[in-house]
Structures are given as C-alpha cells and as structure tokens.
Write a protein that binds this ligand. Structure first.
Ligand SMILES: [Zn+2]
Length: 430
C-alpha cells in the first residue's frame, strides 16, 4: 500500500508524540505510531510539532497592506482609522484590492494560515471590495478557504445605502452577514440593526459575524441582543460576536448574567488581541484599560473563543505579519492566561476554535480529515507560541505548498557551541 505523503515522528498539539501521518488523495488515511508503508514523499518531522493549519476567523482583506494610503493614522484611534478608510475607499480599484489581497494570501500560506474569514466593506456603492474579494476567493480556493462577511462599516442605518448594498453583496455570493451595531447613531438603532441582520441571515440560511461592542463603553450591550436574536431565530452555533471589547469594562454583575446567555445561544466569541490592546483605552489617562474581552471567563462557561488577526498594515494597525502565533501570544499576555494548560488553550484559539466558528469541515488531525497541516520548529504548542516558531513545511491536500529553512544562528564564541537552535531550549517537562 503506497501513500502520497508520509510524515514520520510528529508531535501533535494534544500531546501525543512520535506519531506518523499517512495521506492519500488529499485526506489523512492513518495517524498512529509506526506506520510501515511506502509513500511518494516522506518527511521526518524529527519530534517537531505538526498542527492543523492556522485559522484566522476575523480579518479585513479589502484593507490589508494599504498602510500609508492615502495617509497615516496620526491619532491611532479606531475612529480615525474608519475616517481614513473612508478616504481610501473613494480611490480604491478592484485590481488594487485583488493585488494586495493575493499578496497577503502568499504571506498567509507561508505562515501555515490556510483558512481566513474576512469582512468586506459594503458601504462603497461601487462594491469595489466585494468584487475584488469574490475574485480573490476564487483564485485562492485551492490553498486557502476564504469566507467573506458583508460588513456595513459605516453603519447599516447610519450609512444611506448600506442595507441595499449588503443585500446586493449577499446576492453576489458573499457568504456571511456582518454588522456594526455600536457604530449606529443610537443604542436603539444598534439593536434594530442586530435584529434586521439576524433576520436576513435566517431568511437566507447564512451565518452571522458581527463587529459587536467594539468600544470601551460599558453600556454597549448589543451582544445581549445578538444572543437573544440567535435564540429567537434558531441560529444557534451559526453566529459569532467579534471583538466584544465593551465586556472588558462592564459591570461584573451584568456579565454574570450575560455569559450564560451567550453560552446558551452558542454564540462564538472572537477576540482580536493585537487590535484590542492597541485601539481600546485610547480615551483613558491612567490606568489604561486593556479592552480585550473576558476570555478566561467565557472559557469557563464553555463559550467557543477564537482569536483573530483583524488587521495587517492598514488604516487601523500598522503592524502584523500573518503570524497567528503572534496573535495567540498577545492574547495570552493580555488575558494573563499563563498556566501551561491555559497557554495550550490559546493555541486552540488560533486553530480548532476558529475552525469551529467558521464551520470548517473535516478540519483536524484525525483519520478522514483533510490532509492540511503545518510542521513547526518547536516541540509542542506552548513552545510554538513562545518562539513564534518557524513554519518548516505547510501541507495542503497532502502536498507541500510552502517550506522555510529552520532558524539557526552561528556563534563564534570561544568555548561555546557553534550553533544556537531556538527550539532546543524547551523545558524538560511540557
Ligand atoms: Zn474587524
């Protein structure tokens, strides 16, 4: 029996070690120790971590890599970012969107990031971003699962044509219904937008992913309405609340009522640690709030929490590298999730948890799953985050689609080793 690909001696995120993975026809056919079989390609993982691919469940691909166009965000705030994006939208072309998005996808693949949910602004009447990203979704489909969210950036009701444009975008093939209730003119309009958008999703059989309460205002409580509408319309498991930063500042008693409602409605929570720590607390003097939503508390209620990258080099965020390990690292720091098992949980927040939020099929390292994975220069998931480990090989459908040489430094110090391998510093107990 001959396989297309056989990976030997892999460590897995669940702690198993010395495992072999045999792939054929784009699927994992066996995953166990000591597989003795021929294969067209054999890779020795040499006790490095092999993980399912990274998944980014919250991104803005229509804006990525536009840093400096038409100018920089001087205040660094969310609101100046939105204003700046408004200036850029006027001069955006489909070709420019496609070119930047494809360039980002190249970077994503090199980082083992093979599934991305991107919001796409529908408040531009020309729907430039929608046209561009629909083309990109098609062009990258052999290597990236790209989901598009119809996102009314300037407000479903605050922006004159947003509702009509959103419906047109869905007609054109955009996958998911988005929203931004905290940006509507009033709390009432925000709640009304949540209701309307959830109804649109229910009518069309679509998922929902809303920017929800991305503010430091503790009274921004649209997540409550989102959880309620999810229940009312039978959308359980198909709705995500992105950001949820107001929860950082909410009254503790109110949160103790809110979290069970989110859990009951099976609403997924998507935090965006890099962006939340950067944009929130901007109106504070000292102490400055962190703004990240309550990750450990949501975890304790069994809510599915994912971490998204959100932005890379765009009007809101001038940093970013397509590295979901950087996202996980920031998430665990901000949430003070520093126990060994909490760090492992943060690895799941950039792999299996966003895969669940996005409804990805046959994702994971098990017999019958898609043969998609990434081999990292690290012994385990904790080490991978600590090191922002090099992606030695990225595999899609049983084929290697990206490789990076291992990171090693040469030393020229008398009496000291010649080579420093960062992965060799792992503690003796995982
Ligand atoms: Zn966003």
């Amino acid at each position: 029996m001959s396989f297309d690909l056989l990976v030997k001696n892999a460590n897995l995120p669940d702690g198993r070690t010395g495992v072999d993975i045999a792939c054929r026809n784009g699927r994992i056919e066996a995953i166990e120790t000591g597989i003795a079989a021929e294969a067209q390609t054999v890779i020795d993982a040499a006790d490095n971590l092999v993980s399912p691919p990274f998944v980014d469940s919250h991104f803005h691909m229509d804006a990525t890599l536009s840093l400096g166009l038409p100018r920089m965000n001087r205040s660094g705030t969310l609101l100046e970012g939105i204003a700046l994006w408004g200036e850029l939208k006027e001069i955006l072309t489909v070709d420019a969107v496609v070119e930047r998005a494809l360039k980002y996808c190249d970077l994503a693949v090199s980082q083992g990031l093979l599934a991305i949910r991107t919001h796409v602004d529908v408040c531009d009447d020309r729907l430039t971003g929608v046209k561009g990203l629909l083309e990109v979704r098609d062009r990258v489909k052999d290597y990236i699962d790209l989901q598009l969210v119809a996102f009314p950036q300037d407000g479903l009701y605050r922006s004159p044509n947003a509702e009509a444009n959103l419906l047109t975008a869905l007609d054109m093939g955009v996958d998911i219904v988005g929203g931004i209730p905290h940006f509507e003119r009033t709390m009432d309009d925000g709640a009304r937008s949540v209701r309307r958008l959830c109804e649109v999703a229910a009518e069309r059989g679509l998922m929902v992913d809303m920017h929800c309460d991305e503010t430091d205002d503790p009274m921004s409580r649209h997540i409550e309405t989102l959880a309620y509408e999810t229940q009312r319309l039978g959308l359980k498991g198909r709705v995500a609340g992105s950001h949820l930063t107001s929860m950082h500042s909410m009254d503790n008693y109110y949160v103790s009522k809110l979290l069970p409602l989110i859990a009951e409605a099976e609403v997924h929570a998507i935090a965006n640690p890099l962006i939340n720590i950067t944009l929130q607390g901007r109106h504070d003097t000292y102490p400055k709030r962190r703004g990240q939503t309550r990750v450990p508390e949501m975890r304790s209620y069994g809510i599915n929490v994912a971490f998204g990258h959100d932005c890379v080099m765009d009007p809101w965020y001038s940093m970013g590298s397509g590295d979901m390990l950087e996202v996980a690292s920031m998430g665990l720091h901000v949430a003070q999730m520093t126990s060994r098992e909490a760090i492992r949980y943060c690895f799941d927040c950039v792999t299996s948890h966003p895969a669940k939020a996005m409804g990805l099929e046959d994702y994971g390292l098990a017999k019958g799953c898609k043969a998609d994975f990434v081999m990292l220069q690290a012994r385990d998931a904790i080490e991978a985050i600590r090191l922002k480990a090099t992606r030695l090989a990225v595999v899609k459908g049983g084929k290697v689609i990206a490789t990076t040489p291992a990171r090693q430094a040469q030393l020229t110090l008398q009496g000291r080793p010649d080579i420093v391998d960062p992965a060799s510093y792992a503690p003796s107990e995982g």
